[in-house]
Design a protein around this ligand. Sequence first.
Ligand code: ATP
Length: 453
Amino acid sequence: MKNTPSPHNLHSNRRKPISNFQYEDANNNKPKHQRFAALKAAVKKVAGVFKILLFGQREAIPKGAAVIDTRTNTRISGISSSTDISTWSDTKSSSKFKLSQSNNSSSALSGVIETKNFSYEEIFKATEKFSPANKIGEGAFGTVYKGRLGDGSLVAVKRAKKATYDKLIALEFKNEILTLSMIEHLNLVRLYGYLEHGDERIIVVEYVGNGTLREHLDGTLGNGLEAGERLDIAIDVAHAITYLHMYTDPPIIHRDIKSLNILITEKFRAKVADFGFARLSADPNATHISTQIKGTAGYLDPEYLKTYQLTEKSDVYSFGVLLVELMTGRRPIEPQKPANERLTTRWAMQMLKRGDAILVMDPKLRRNPASTMALEKILMLAKQCLAPLRQSRPSMQKCAEILWGIRKDFREKALSASSTPHYSANFPVRDAKKTRQTSFGIEDGDSYKFISA
Ligand SMILES: Nc1ncnc2c1ncn2[C@@H]1O[C@H](COP(=O)(O)OP(=O)(O)OP(=O)(O)O)[C@@H](O)[C@H]1O
């Protein structure tokens, strides 16, 4: 085994929760000037943590980092002048492949998180010989297993299909690894390592243990998501995509934002997964002309479909579809519904225009002034994201800001309503059925409290 960091080591530099900042109490007995210095340091620290929370843990990846695109004939596409598949050293004989820089081959690829080259034995052991009992999912890429590494950490092991292993899968595999290796953010699934060995292609990522957003919306998992939780999930996803668009260099376009690719933590927060289709753009100002379209039906930006030009605003469009999913609980395309309801976004937008937004609200959501207000405002944001012209769509950062405002109003309304006698708000409450604290939807550590303050 190589002397590379374990997943535990990789996390060793993780921030401390803000609740650890006990500066006021701890410094009460100190002289005034010391208290002031401590206060100043703490304020600086909090500001730093705020930046990290909002924008992820990494500084921007330096220019010149490897650029990759996928070229396929079926699912993936996107050939552009700025992409360069040759940045991969794809040696079949090697049990692993290397990352190299497109512009600067002299130095290691900085801005790329350290990952581990797992051995086949390690993975075999971690998944108990790829036991069907450990299978947690299946996608176009292959099968996903839950695994436990030697140090006890839980991981998700994505094993490419062998039967259909071809250039397409190879490109998707490399694309996902390269993209994941450049990002580190609380709301993005983290890469631990990979393995390329013979005809095996395996990606090892952080295990996120509470299913996909789609499963929660369908009710096949959990007890249903409340309005506050849906709002938190929307904000988490907005943060993740903002980070991809604005705080990585080159910017990353995810290209497959959908409820199936949003993983939910035990504390009902969201992590964006599945970077098989992601596009790294070397020049954010360049117009990328794809020869083929990639993405998922129902989420695809109509302007991208029409012009083959891919920009960050295609993710914004898909995010708009996701917002409608979150509010209605429905999938983007519902073939079983009456004709006027089959395209969920069109139906929802028509109802919003008519002033009947309440009619599209997920029947699983409790109706009260706070949730109906949030519904209307979120649908109004979705409408902007779904604008036919990409210039009219907001940036992901703007989406996040609007959502913060909605969450603030939602909380205030819910709090004032809950203090009214005989009023049964769904928020904040201790939900006995779910035995989870839904107060403010803040469950993933105190850090979230700070962000929303
Ligand atoms: N990190 C993870 N933690 C827990 N479960 C996961 C994880 N990654 C994937 N899964 C599960 O496996 C399923 C398939 O994963 P994923 O969508 O990444 O595979 P894929 O082959 O890349 O899919 P796609 O068809 O979208 O390309 C997910 O829907 C989810 O249920």
